[in-house]
Design a binder for this molecule. Structure first.
Ligand code: MG
Length: 304
């Protein structure tokens, strides 16, 4: 590998997941805090959030970047549902929304037990249409990436929104700050990051994994891996079940057994990533001020 290779091998299994000639490309710079990348293969574009700048941006493969939505209500994480619709977490309005094909916005969740959510952070959709999201307090800690407010919820929960009734259920309540989340390829496991160490050095900086029971509840939570540089934020899983997590020094790739396989070193703190492109083999990485991409030989799971 060239000396400038961004790939750092920690376990030989990682060598099968990248091509050593692939380079890290900076596609855009000028964000304040880039987050929430989501790929639209049908539209051939990538959307992502620039949270403090109150906007969502759109990148197209010709290199063009334009404003997709402004103001964005401080959107953070995004995903797509099984119909391909955009599902978004909004800090400013403390809700999860869906953008309809005509551009109108449907509120999916903004309260739990009659009280405002904290600030939904990241979201995934299961193949049964249920929507799973995390609700830490980052978006209400200050006026920088939302609006400062006291939390109304007594805990920072992981929620499931039922696709039939629209009701939300708190599934896990013992996270310090639940953040990125992703299902295993068979959807029998859910990985959830705890980024609590972002504001407390003694707090967890790990990813937990849970068993998913009948697509409705979680059990048997245990620590899956620790992040050795920074905290875990957004993550994605590939078709082999490897977990690709954000970290301060780049993207960390973990085997399904929790072993750190390797890293993709990125010059700025990574907040989130997604697999995109027509072959789902291109990682799009949101890292502080910039959007980066790099081709890998892994294939992203869970695309609509
Ligand atoms: Mg996040």
């Amino acid at each position: 590998m060239p000396a400038s290779s961004p790939f750092e091998v920690h376990d030989n299994r990682f060598k099968a997941l990248f091509n050593s000639s692939a380079a890290l490309e900076e596609l855009y710079s000028g964000c304040r805090w880039a987050e929430g990348p989501v790929w639209f293969d049908d539209a051939r574009h990538l959307l992502w959030s620039d949270i403090p700048n109150q906007r969502m941006l759109r990148w197209t493969p010709d290199g063009n970047v334009s404003v997709f939505r402004e103001p964005s209500n401080f959107t953070n994480g995004h995903t797509r549902d099984r119909q391909g619709r955009l599902v978004s977490c909004e800090h400013g309005t403390r809700r999860v929304t869906r953008t309809e094909p005509d551009g109108s916005i449907t509120v999916l969740a903004d309260r739990f037990q009659g009280k405002h959510l904290n600030s939904p952070n990241d979201v995934v959709v299961r193949s049964d249409g249920s929507i799973w999201f995390t609700d830490p307090t980052y978006g209400i800690l200050s006026d920088y990436e939302g609006y400062k407010a006291e939390p109304e919820q007594s805990s920072r929960n992981v929620y499931r929104l039922d696709p039939v009734t629209g009701e939300i259920t708190a599934l896990v309540s013992d996270f310090l700050q639940p953040n990125g989340l992703a299902f295993s390829p068979d959807e029998n496991l859910l990985y959830v990051a705890d980024s609590g160490a972002s504001h407390d050095d003694t707090a967890p900086r790990h990813i937990r994994v849970f068993d998913v029971n009948d697509g409705r509840t979680l059990s048997n939570g245990r620590v899956f891996c620790h992040i050795d540089n920074g905290v875990p934020d957004g993550m994605r899983v590939d078709t082999s079940g490897n977990v690709w997590s954000s970290a301060a020094d780049g993207v960390h790739c973990f085997a399904p057994d929790g072993t750190l396989l390797g890293k993709i070193l990125v010059p700025q703190t990574v907040a989130n990533l997604t697999f995109g492109g027509p072959r789902r083999n291109r990682l799009f990485i949101t890292a502080t001020r910039s959007l980066y991409s790099i081709y890998v030989t892994a294939t992203g799971a869970q695309m609509p």
